[in-house]
Design a protein around this ligand. Structure first.
Ligand SMILES: C[S@@+](CC[C@H](N)C(=O)[O-])C[C@H]1O[C@@H](n2cnc3c(N)ncnc32)[C@H](O)[C@@H]1O
Length: 303
């Protein structure tokens, strides 16, 4: 039987040879997954002998990683906003920069609920996450609002055109015990059959330019194209959502839309053209890159 150290060296050498980075971290994560333990445990005990079944699982993982598959898909899990999400090729792997969208959404909800407390029997704050994917944004928001005792004061809806993504997001909502708090709807952007005024529209829609798709890291080829390809200028899907906002966003509401770090100028120009008079602020992520558009209708706009 091989030891932890021997398997790690074997995996590391194979991943390095295949050009897979970061090879050491990936090898450690894949071995920890094969052993169903924490990465810190294998680092603390390199001398432990590994059973044949676990060694086989590890080598299978290495083969998949050599072929370029993302580690998160091989492990079946990705951490986002402090929560573990099940992930597979039904939906995009949640990205760390999207945590900014959740932070801003939480701040917006808290501001709205604390500045203007709603009557107990009054309408709840209506929030929709457009393009829910694996459920990262709406589920992380539900979890944080539950911790703050505010979950009962909001009504959460999540949409996606992909029924596979909706199924995965629903599984994640069940896993985090917030399935009862979120209505999942298969829809192109917003559910057409519902005439509803949203207080908060959240979206991390695809924003990669079609001609840049081929330049993405190899792992992205394993993710659904529908989740990444934003059309010729990268903003085609977001532009369609902008067109829907005047008819669907409450006059005192806000839309928080994730964009690519190089899209601030194009996104601002798009908002000016499609939503004249609306305010448009751009929030940065932890890396200092423009990341989230914050859009508000002109004051007094009750359309
Ligand atoms: C970039 S992924 C983001 C997923 C998730 N919100 C996240 O942040 O991890 C974009 C998601 O939008 C969905 N999508 C693409 N076009 C859409 C449309 N017209 N209406 C609704 N969802 C759409 C994709 O299926 C995908 O799940």
């Amino acid at each position: 039987m091989a030891t932890v150290r021997e398997l790690l060296i074997e995996g590391l050498e194979r991943l390095r040879a295949s050009g897979s980075e970061p090879a050491r971290l990936d090898a450690e994560l894949l071995l920890a997954t094969a052993l169903d333990t924490a990465r810190t445990a294998i680092l603390a005990h390199p001398e432990v002998a590994v059973g044949d079944a676990a060694a086989d699982r590890f080598r299978m993982g290495i083969v998949r990683r050599e072929a370029g598959e993302p580690v998160a898909y091989i492990r079946g899990v990705k951490e986002f906003h402090g929560l573990a999400f099940s992930v597979d090729d039904r939906a995009l792997i949640p990205r760390p920069e999207t945590e900014r969208l959740v932070e801003l959404a939480e701040a917006e909800v808290r501001r709205r609920l604390l500045e203007a407390p709603r009557p107990l029997d009054g309408p709840k704050l209506r929030i929709v996450d457009v393009g829910v994917g694996a459920g990262a944004v709406v589920i992380a928001l539900a979890a944080v609002l539950r911790r703050r005792g505010m979950l009962d004061e909001v009504e959460l809806t999540a949409t996606d055109v992909s029924p596979e993504a909706i199924a995965l997001a629903t599984e994640n909502a069940v896993g985090h015990a917030v399935a009862d708090a979120i209505r999942f709807r298969e829809a192109d952007l917003l559910p057409e059959w519902e005439v509803r005024r949203w207080d908060l529209v959240l979206a991390n829609l695809p924003y990669v330019r079609s001609d840049a798709m081929a330049t993405l890291p190899r792992a992205a080829a394993f993710e659904p194209r529908l989740a990444l390809d934003g059309g010729p200028d990268g903003l085609a899907v977001i532009a369609r959502l902008l067109d829907l906002l005047p008819g669907t966003l409450d006059g005192a509401g806000a839309a928080l839309l994730e964009i690519g770090g190089d899209q601030e100028a194009d996104a601002r120009a798009l908002v000016e053209a499609r939503l004249p008079g609306w305010s448009c602020a751009v929030e940065r992520d932890l890396g200092g890159l423009p990341r989230v558009l914050v859009l508000r209708p002109p004051s007094g706009d009750t359309a």
